[in-house]
Design a protein around this ligand. Structure first.
Ligand code: UDP
Length: 240
């Protein structure tokens, strides 16, 4: 058996090299962290749920013209992806106020935003992933103004597609985080994952602020039934 070279191990995934330098393998772990890794745990089956959900969503987005790093799901916990240089940015899109937006602005949880809000955060654990302004993006040379506009346009298009997709699953897409990277030809590709770890997803069948939660907030806030929420998202997503 060939021993694969581990390139990187993150909080929720491991990246392996393959024989092809343009192709990597992402392994989805059951490990879960929250609040900048101050809270740690494990969610049984999460790796498999997130791998299946992400694979399906990347396929749907690719079919709608979004360039992604996804190549194929190769096992229960693994997907093959194109090698990219990840931009150190977390691109967050919000449709409804939740999480840090409520904490930092005082907007009540659940406020419908008049238009989607796109935000850029610096992917830097030591600094606590701070919110960036356009001027800070330029100052730190994290992306050119043209790249920022390209990222914003892609994030909004992805939001339009995902909102419709999740609505077909009777799920409201509250907010989510995206990551992007450049491949060897300098094409910008959607990368990382799209899963209940990186999205807030509310079950449309419930108005209860705790029961409706189908995402990592169940783990963050000890709401219980974390595994079954992730499983439910997977089952609904795979049906569409
Ligand atoms: N998010 C993420 N990784 C992060 C920070 C945020 O996937 O490091 C996702 C989070 O799950 C939510 C959205 O981005 O869907 C907005 O998160 P927010 O800024 O409200 O931060 P949080 O409440 O998680 O601190």
């Amino acid at each position: 058996m060939t021993v694969r070279q581990k390139l990187y191990e993150g909080k929720a995934k491991i990246l392996y090299a393959t024989d092809d330098p343009d192709v990597l393998v992402t392994y989805f772990k059951d490990d879960a962290t929250a609040f900048n890794a101050q809270k740690r745990g494990s969610i049984e089956g999460k790796g498999a749920f997130n791998c299946a959900i992400s694979s399906h969503l990347f396929k749907q987005l690719a079919a709608s013209g979004i360039p992604t790093h996804f190549i194929a799901q190769t096992s229960v916990n693994e997907m093959q992806v194109r090698a990219v240089t990840i931009l150190p940015l977390e691109v967050v899109v919000r449709n409804i106020a939740a999480g840090s937006l409520c904490q930092q602005t005082g907007l009540p949880l659940g406020t419908d935003l008049p238009q989607p809000l796109v935000e850029f955060y610096y992917k830097n654990d030591a600094l606590g992933d701070p919110l960036l302004t356009d001027d800070r993006l330029q100052l730190l040379q994290l992306a050119t103004p043209a790249q920022v506009e390209h990222l914003r346009a892609m994030a909004l298009k992805i939001n339009d597609l995902l909102k419709v997709f999740f609505a077909q699953c009777d799920i409201t897409l509250v907010d989510f985080k995206l990551e992007f990277g450049f491949d060897r030809t300098q094409q910008l590709l959607l990368a990382d994952e799209i899963s209940p770890d990186t999205c807030r997803l509310w079950n449309q069948a419930s108005d209860d602020p705790e029961q409706r939660v189908l995402d990592k907030d169940r783990f963050r806030h000890d709401l219980g039934n974390v595994e079954s929420a992730y499983r439910q998202v997977m089952e609904r997503v795979l049906k569409v």
